[in-house]
Design a protein around this ligand. Structure first.
Ligand code: BGC
Length: 797
């Protein structure tokens, strides 16, 4: 008998039930020492290890850790090896803290640029997402720490994240929203996966058997544990039956009581309970028992110490590869002079108070490292003007007015004396704009940043921008700037990386892993309880390219201080095309660095299908162009290299609802070697044999039929504990009053006392939008089951 089975046999029913729910915020149950305890911590771009219990109020208190670039930055590196190194570096910190499972990486697809958590996600493209995630998981797990990829699945907005239903047809779900997870599971076998908060086609992801069992385990062969997002287990018995193993966090016995009741009523069998327990025990044995975190091979207690200097170097290297040079007329790099310090005018508080990570459960408590301003001061004669106030505070508006007045007169003075002085203007999204639990309202950055920019550009044209933010925003105001370096949220080494890139010690190589749109015309409505994915598979660049919608900066775009030329594109068949994973074609290209600076380029291979539009009566949408492969290559100035990439059969396939499988679509294709989705350098035609699109897929209307709904909101008299306080407040003065009081207490008990603080925003959103039932298990006893029932009763009367 296996050890896991022996342990299971030794547990009584109550112990088994306890094992299915967390202990405290981060651990599993040990059954009196019979099972090793799994300890978990957030992720994803660093270790947020809390030694005490978590509450929304103390989300930012955690042990010191390295803050790596967040996912949207890291993805712009397009460097799988760098992602592997990041995973492995984070694992080292986890080992030192005796953490067995890291809650990351986040890998939801960016359906809308406004999702508040986009900074924690890689891309709008599932192939790129899957490749990067697989590398991260691989790097982490090779060190002996389990990864927990999240949030599975279709959690593409933060608003109403616990009550909205993502309504989507099968083809869209498979091709876009599940494909990244599928790739990571198949390639890297993560130890665990976190199911998301939302519903999918009306059923909570946590209770979705099709998702958690049929697809994840049976089709993809996942053999780890499914963990609920914190408080996502709404119906414990249904979740267990669906394939959820571990409900997190501790619910004070609430989940256990639900499971026991369902068992006693005959709705759950002991065999079903055993199945989940066995999986938890197996993962616990694998990650704890003999793991590096606990003991070394010779049996002595492991003692892992972290060398933060080495960790910081890894974070710095990745940051340098993550920033994206969006525009440059030769203004950058600004090379310091060896003889005397050149004058430089630096404007904008983000130069000194760098925005380098987002708010919420991914917030890392890092040591302080030099800001871009400090670094620049070492090599330049810097004149600094703060210009605006970037933190949240009651005095913000007043401060902004004062700082603007001050900036205008200082600008006049400095430019009067040195009209040719180069100006670096730092701006972008402030901390309050991005975080967990809320979405952005629009694509705008703070007005104060735009107003100040206009003042500067009216006085001088010698301006380069440095921008921050974890997701795209409107940069059309800055059309006259000479150069633009976007830093994303580049982690603790943001300042040093920014400095090295601006001064040319490092050559920018980031490429956008997401489209920067001009407007919100991306077909993806976000603001509803029923979120209907009517745009189907046309997400991100698939939408903009197929619908020919102009954008600010396209997917895959990013400049360098050097230039690259592509030549000699060659295709060679290397696989049969059976099934949809595995290489089908080898594609070789010669890449040459034709400039004077060493640097990286990322060669992107797109598959363009030449299929004529089907008559509108039988319309089957398929993106005109899709990313099929990529490779990041380093070339010294003047160097030439022959590189080979592989295109999988999946690159030519669609999900066929008729065949219930990914199937290759026959027809005429173009294989495009490109520097971005729009910058196609070489094309090779390709004719593929196979079924036609219409043989494989029904028309859109049929594919989507029955999926989209608009639920009637529940009214007075109909509320249950599955409804949110926000919903009840619409109908009940009592709940409105209660919400007001609790919100006030939450704000006042926070450190900042500001409603704009992301750590406060997340609690307010949870209070307003989460089902009451979820608040019972996550409020640490503040909202008991009895109290929740009382609120419902009041709301209904
Ligand atoms: C987040 C997860 C996170 C968990 C634990 C949830 O609110 O959605 O991403 O891992 O909290 O902090």
């Amino acid at each position: 008998m296996k050890k896991s089975e022996e342990i299971l046999k030794s547990l009584n029913l109550d112990e088994k039930i306890c094992l299915l729910n967390g202990v405290g915020s981060w651990n599993t149950f040990d059954a009196g020492g019979k099972i090793p305890v799994l300890s978990m911590s957030d992720g994803p771009h660093g270790l947020r290890h809390q030694t005490g219990e978590e509450s929304y109020a103390n989300i930012n208190d955690s042990r010191r850790a390295t803050c790596f670039p967040t996912a949207s930055a890291a993805a712009s590196s397009w460097n799988v090896d760098a992602l592997r190194s990041m995973g492995s570096a984070i694992a080292k910190e986890a080992l030192a803290e005796k953490v067995h499972i890291m809650l990351g990486c986040g890998m939801n697809i960016k359906r809308s640029p406004l999702c508040g958590r986009n900074f924690e996600y890689f891309s709008e493209d599932p192939y790129l997402t899957g490749e990067l995630a697989a590398a991260y998981v691989d790097g982490m797990q090779k060190e002996g720490v389990g990864a927990c990829i999240k949030h599975f699945a279709l959690n593409n907005q933060e608003r109403y994240r616990q009550s909205s239903s993502s309504n989507v047809d099968e083809r869209t779900m498979r091709e876009i929203y599940l494909a990244g997870f599928e790739r990571a599971v198949r390639k890297a076998a993560p130890a665990s996966i976190m199911c998301s908060y939302n519903k999918i086609n009306g059923t909570y992801a946590s209770a979705n058997r099709k998702l958690l069992t049929d697809i994840l385990r049976k089709e993809w062969g996942f053999d780890g544990i499914v963990i609920s997002d914190w408080g996502a287990d709404i119906d414990a018995a249904a979740s267990l039956k669906a394939g959820l193993d571990l409900a997190m966090p501790d619910s004070g016995g609430y989940i256990g009581r639900q499971i026991k009741k369902s068992y006693e009523e005959g709705q759950l069998t002991e065999a079903e309970i055993d199945e989940a327990c066995l999986r938890i025990i197996e993962v616990a044995l694998k990650l704890c028992g003999d793991s590096k975190a606990e003991s070394k091979a010779d049996g002595t207690e492991a003692n892992y110490t972290v060398d933060f200097a080495i960790q910081h170097k890894t974070a710095f290297e990745l940051a340098c590869e993550s920033a994206v040079l969006l525009k440059n007329d030769g203004f950058y790099p600004i090379v310091p002079s060896a003889t005397e310090k050149k004058k430089l005018l630096v404007v904008g508080q983000l130069a000194e108070k760098m925005h380098f990570q987002g708010g919420g459960s991914s917030h890392i408590n890092t040591a302080e490292y030099p800001s871009a301003l400090e670094c620049l001061k070492n090599d330049f004669d810097v004149i600094y003007i703060q210009g605006y106030y970037s933190s949240f505070s009651k005095k913000k508006n007043k401060e902004n007015k004062r700082l603007l007045r001050e900036a205008v007169s200082r600008l006049q003075e400095v430019l009067g004396q040195s009209p040719d002085i180069p100006v670096l203007y730092f701006c972008g999204l402030e901390e309050a704009y991005e975080g967990e639990g809320f979405d952005r309202a629009d694509l705008q950055i703070p007005e104060s940043h735009v107003t100040l920019y206009k003042e500067i550009i009216n006085k001088t044209k010698n301006v380069g921008l440095v921008t921050f933010g974890g997701s795209p925003f409107d940069l059309t105001f800055a059309g006259q700037a000479r150069a633009l370096l976007h830093m994303y949220l580049c982690g603790e080494a943001s300042g040093e990386a920014c400095f090295e890139l601006l001064t040319g010690r490092k050559n920018p190589s980031g490429k956008l892993a997401e489209t920067w749109p001009l407007t919100m015309d991306c077909g993806a409505p976000v603001d509803a309880l029923d979120v209907n994915y009517t745009e189907g598979t046309l997400v991100g660049y698939r939408w903009y390219e197929t619908k020919k919608v102009p954008v600010q900066y396209e997917f895959g775009y990013g400049l360098s201080y050097t230039t690259f030329e592509y030549s000699e594109l060659q295709l060679e068949k290397c696989g049969s095309g059976d099934g949809s994973v595995g290489a089908l074609y080898k594609v070789s290209i010669t890449l040459e660095n034709t400039g004077k600076t060493d640097g990286y380029d990322t060669v992107q291979l797109y598959v363009r299908n030449k299929e004529e539009e089907l008559p509108s009566s039988a319309k089957i949408t398929r993106s005109k162009i899709e990313l099929g492969a990529f490779q990041k290559v380093f070339l010294q100035a003047g160097e030439k290299k022959r590189i080979t990439l592989e295109l999988e059969a999946r690159a030519f396939s669609v999900w066929s609802s008729k065949n219930k499988a990914f199937c290759l679509v026959g027809g005429e294709y173009e294989i495009c070697a490109a520097a971005s989705v729009k910058d196609i350098r070489l094309i090779a035609p390709l004719s593929l044999e196979g079924a036609s699109l219409s043989e494989l897929c029904p028309p859109d209307e049929e594919e989507q039929s029955g999926f989209f709904t608009n639920r009637e909101l529940r009214k007075k008299g109909e509320f249950t504990i599955t409804d949110s306080l926000g919903l009840m407040a619409k109908e009940s003065a009592f709940v409105r009053g209660l919400l007001g009081i609790i919100s006030f207490i939450l704000v006042m008990s926070s450190e900042s006392k500001s409603r704009d603080d992301p750590a406060v925003k997340i609690s307010l959103a949870a209070l307003r939008e989460n089902p009451l039932e979820s608040l019972i298990s996550t409020s640490g006893g503040a909202i008991s089951e009895h109290f929740a029932q009382l609120i419902v009763k009041k709301a209904n009367s």
